[in-house]
Design a protein around this ligand. Structure first.
Ligand code: DX5
Length: 220
């Protein structure tokens, strides 16, 4: 399987000091940073686009992944890759042709991820497993940070783990939403190996301790 990764979300940071926050998260031991790009259409929130990510790129050494919660995301794939994202994660509901879109991400030289919202079946990942580097099982409904973790999604994480292991492919299983010290062990036991954390990290004594605590709990 894939090694445990802790991927802080940029969503909860103080956007007025974005570059500093990104540098702090990187220095605190983030394996990657997740940029929740929202367009106010696919989800009822609007955050940042590729130019903001490009501005932050020089401030961190770790990898960037873009979680696109946007309509017609394929129109901007190249911009997100050029901005410095090594992984592009998309929702099937936002795509007319998910197979073609995932192939397009790969052709741009980035890793491809499929995000499954709580109401989206795991089956959506089955026809495109050969095009995936990551499956993201959302443990909240997309759009906002700070929401409560949906423990009911653990059965879906387990099903996704079965699908990935059965494929024999090196596909990461990421969870995102309400991940913190009290929820990460359940998600890890269900089969996740990559953990997006936003709000919970800023509650820790320090970002580094927060990341280390999550990593220890996921690996326990
Ligand atoms: C929802 C976002 C959030 C964010 C992290 O669309 O994807 O899940 O990454 O949220 P919290 O604050 O719950 O860790």
């Amino acid at each position: 399987g894939v090694a445990v990764r802790i991927v802080p979300s940029v969503l909860p940071v103080d956007f007025a000091h974005l570059g500093e926050a990104v540098a702090r998260l990187d220095a605190a031991g983030a394996d990657r940073l997740q940029w929740d790009a929202m367009d106010g259409q696919f989800v009822p929130n609007l955050t940042f686009g590729p130019d903001v990510i490009a501005a932050a790129r020089p401030h961190a050494g770790c990898g960037f992944e873009a979680h696109l919660m946007c309509e017609r995301p394929e129109e901007l794939f190249e911009r997100y890759v050029d901005a410095g994202c090594e992984l592009i994660i998309v929702h099937p509901e936002s795509l007319r042709q998910p197979h073609a879109a995932l192939r397009q991400i790969r052709e741009l030289g980035a890793g491809a991820g499929l995000a499954l919202s709580p109401g989206t079946p795991v089956a959506f990942a089955e026809p495109v497993l050969d095009l995936l580097d990551l499956v993201l099982v959302m443990t909240v409904n997309p759009g906002f940070g700070g929401q409560p973790y949906l423990v009911s999604m653990e059965a879906k994480v387990a099903r996704t783990r079965e699908l990935i292991d059965g494929s024999g492919r090196e596909i990461a299983l990421e969870v995102d939403g309400g991940i913190g010290p009290d929820t990460i062990a359940g998600a890890a036991a269900a089969g996740a190996d990559v953990f997006v954390a936003g709000t919970s990290l800023w509650r820790a004594a320090s970002l580094a301790e927060g990341i280390e605590d999550l990593r220890a709990r996921a690996e326990a």
